[in-house]
Design a protein around this ligand. Structure first.
Ligand code: IVH
Length: 670
């Protein structure tokens, strides 16, 4: 059979599987027997094994094997479900602790709650007056899917708690997982226990979930009304008292060396556990300190996941492709002979950048060692030179953009005084096809416009079909045409239309992030939005060439300003924003009106005691105040610490700005 015929045969089977998945998982009314269904899945997997070029996101061999039901109702978490940043070695741990000390502006003795990191799926359980009233998946961290009935089938999850100490209103959070033995005896096609747990948990019919031996271990809380508990370890003990399972290996340790020692030991012992763990989680034990430290945009400052070393395998590089990212970065990717690494089939590995290829002298045809750790992208760690073909040639990195043919450059970094390792396409926008596609993918992503009916694959497909070229085209789609495309039915088209319509109302900060300006991530977009309040006002700064004013904003510097200038110098970028502001309802930034520092601006000079600038800033912002970075008319209070800059104090006096000592300020703040 020719490749095209094989592909066609494969596509047909995938399509068939999708149809039956819908009958089975969404309608809960299968039209074929379990055996026939299993055979269909097996045939698909057999084809994939034989022809490695076959790939589909709906294949039973990838992640879930079926798209989870769209029928779950969503629910916003009362407290966000964040993820953890990772540490891979003792250096990372030392830096983690250093960041904490910096934030607190002093060294203290800390105690860590150490907990095995089970590789499962997190879930949140809301209990009111002792009754389990709501159970949700993590979802995107802000909003989860309501899977209460499925969670209720798990024997480790209590549905009623009579213990009189149990809080009246609390979210208990933990991990749903499947034991290794149970996974082995399950006849399924999931790649690993984690995928099996995730798949089972999101069945439409809870009776299907009940058939899978799922477990639950509790480890933290979300919303917690009148929390009197002082330590994480104490909270873990309470969980046990209330009737939850907790990890028997949880413990409290004090120093980084102790953590590292325990990690080394546990890394060896972990294979004897009944379930997969991919590292240890360390949390600052004092809950008061946790509260002080708070969060960055997506992870707590007070906790870190110390991963176990990665699984690895050898394979051969078949080709090296250059991918062009949203910001023009050229990333080389090795296409390797597919290889199983720790239960996941890996066919691509990142080579990071041009310098990395040169340093390791990586060539097409080389046999290389590939490493994969949890959710981190697989990468090449070494080349087996002995196996290298004598005729092999050095890889020549292209000096033109493979997508649009433009010049590429390595930027000079003024801080490190070195040229970047990354080569970039000089295009700043939609002139380069690959950049344009990536920009649109970014535009629809969760933290941006959050159009969930429109995934990355769909964007690519719509691009190929000439349905979209710019973000605004999303709001002008030809739904009739789409409903005639293969794989699209009335239901999926109406879901798509719904999520696109929903996205039309968007807050200004998210919009600013969504348009994808380099160096303007979520945090910076918020800073800019807080400063300018509305899109209209923001565009005034752009139009009047007043972007330098943004240097006033604490956190915005030359890098961001230059990037903004470059972005708006491009006519197409400008036009995209103009058009989108007509289509969308971009809402002004809603301020937390309740804070007592609303409309107050502060600036610091000199060293504060017992507190870092970062913490001081966060305190002001929690109370709706603003911190700026230069003395001008807009400043209300200058807070002076030890050894302030005289010039700033002088300027403040001249402008009649009030000057506060740190103590006066803290009193003011109460
Ligand atoms: S604490 C903000 N504790 O790891 C605190 N998470 O990357 C985050 N996990 O989504 C959660 N064991 O699925 C916490 N003892 C533990 C954990 C744990 C596993 C998972 C959880 C979470 C992910 C964070």
């Amino acid at each position: 059979m020719k490749e095209s015929e094989i592909k066609k045969k494969y596509e047909t089977k995938i399509q068939e599987l999708k149809t039956h998945n819908k009958f089975y998982f969404e309608d809960s009314s299968p039209k074929i027997s379990d055996k026939e269904y299993d055979n269909l899945k097996k045939e698909i997997i057999k084809l994939e094994k034989k022809y490695s070029y076959l790939k589909s996101s709906s294949s039973p061999s990838t992640s879930l094997g079926y798209s989870p039901s769209k029928n779950f109702i969503k629910s916003k978490h009362r407290v966000k479900m964040l993820s953890l940043s990772n540490a891979f070695d003792i250096e990372d741990l030392k830096n983690f602790e250093k960041r904490i000390f910096n934030y607190l502006n002093k060294k203290i003795e800390v105690e860590y709650s150490v907990e095995p990191k089970i590789d499962g799926i997190s879930a949140s359980l809301t209990y009111k007056n002792g009754y389990l009233v709501l159970g949700t998946s993590r979802g995107d961290g802000t909003t989860g899917e309501i899977i209460t009935e499925n969670l209720k089938t798990i024997k480790d999850i209590p549905q009623k708690i009579s213990n009189k100490d149990f809080p009246n209103n609390i979210d208990i959070r933990g991990e749903v997982f499947i034991k290794k033995n149970d996974f082995d005896s399950l006849k399924n096609n999931f790649a690993n226990p984690r995928n099996a747990a995730s798949g089972s948990l999101r069945q439409k019919n809870p009776e299907e979930t009940r058939k899978i031996p799922l477990n639950f271990i509790a480890y933290t809380y979300g919303y917690f009304e009148s929390n009197k508990i002082k330590k994480q370890s104490e909270f873990l003990n309470s969980l046990k008292k209330w009737g939850f399972k907790t990890n028997q290996y949880n413990k409290v340790l004090k120093t980084i060396n102790d953590l590292d020692y325990f990690h080394k030991k546990f890394e060896k012992d972990r294979f004897n556990l009944e379930y997969d763990i991919d590292g240890l989680v360390y949390k600052i034990n004092s809950l008061e300190l946790q509260k002080r430290l708070g969060f960055t945009s997506n992870s707590p400052r007070w906790a870190i996941a110390h991963k176990f070393s990665a699984d690895s395998a050898f394979s051969q590089i078949r080709d090296i492709n250059i991918q062009v990212g949203r910001t023009g970065a050229l990333t080389p990717v090795a296409r390797i002979k597919p290889v199983n690494i720790g239960g996941v089939i890996v066919a691509n590995a990142t080579l990071h950048n041009e310098d990395e290829i040169t340093r390791k002298d990586i060539r097409i045809g080389d046999t290389v060692k590939i490493e994969r750790a949890g959710d981190v992208i697989p990468h090449v760690i070494l080349v087996d030179i002995k196996k290298r073909d004598k005729k092999s040639k050095k890889f020549v990195f292209p000096n033109k953009c493979p997508s649009c043919g433009s010049e590429t450059i390595k930027e000079f970094n003024r801080v490190t005084k070195k040229f970047d390792a990354v080569r970039r396409c000089v295009n700043e926008g939609y002139e380069c096809e690959k950049i344009a596609i990536e920009k649109i993918k970014h535009f629809i992503s969760k933290d941006a416009m959050n159009i969930d009916g429109l995934g990355k694959k769909v964007v690519e497909k719509f691009w190929d079909l000439n349905l979209i070229r710019f973000p605004q085209d999303i709001y002008n789609l030809d739904y009739k045409k789409i409903s005639n495309l293969e794989g699209w039915g009335n239901l999926s088209v109406s879901n798509l239309k719904y999520s696109i319509d929903q996205s039309k109302k968007i807050s200004f900060d998210r919009f600013l992030y969504a348009i994808g300006i380099r160096h303007i991530g979520i945090e910076n977009a918020k800073l800019l939005a807080e400063y300018t309040k509305s899109i209209k006002n923001f565009m005034n700064f752009v139009n009047k060439n007043k972007l330098n004013d943004f240097l006033n904003i604490d956190g915005i510097g030359d890098t961001q300003i230059n990037s903004l200038k470059k972005f708006f110098n491009n006519k197409l970028n400008y036009k995209v924003i103009e058009t989108l502001s007509e289509i969308l309802n971009i809402t002004d930034l809603k301020l937390n009106k309740s804070g007592k520092l609303l409309n107050y601006t502060f600036m610091f000079t000199g060293k504060l005691s017992n507190m870092s600038r970062a913490e001081a800033k966060s305190l002001i912002e929690q109370n709706s105040g603003t911190v700026i970075s230069s003395v001008n008319k807009k400043l209300k209070y200058l807070i002076i610490g030890d050894k302030p800059t005289n010039r700033k104090v002088q300027q403040a006096k001249e402008l009649g700005i009030k000057i506060l000592s740190q103590d006066e300020w803290l009193k003011f703040l109460d």
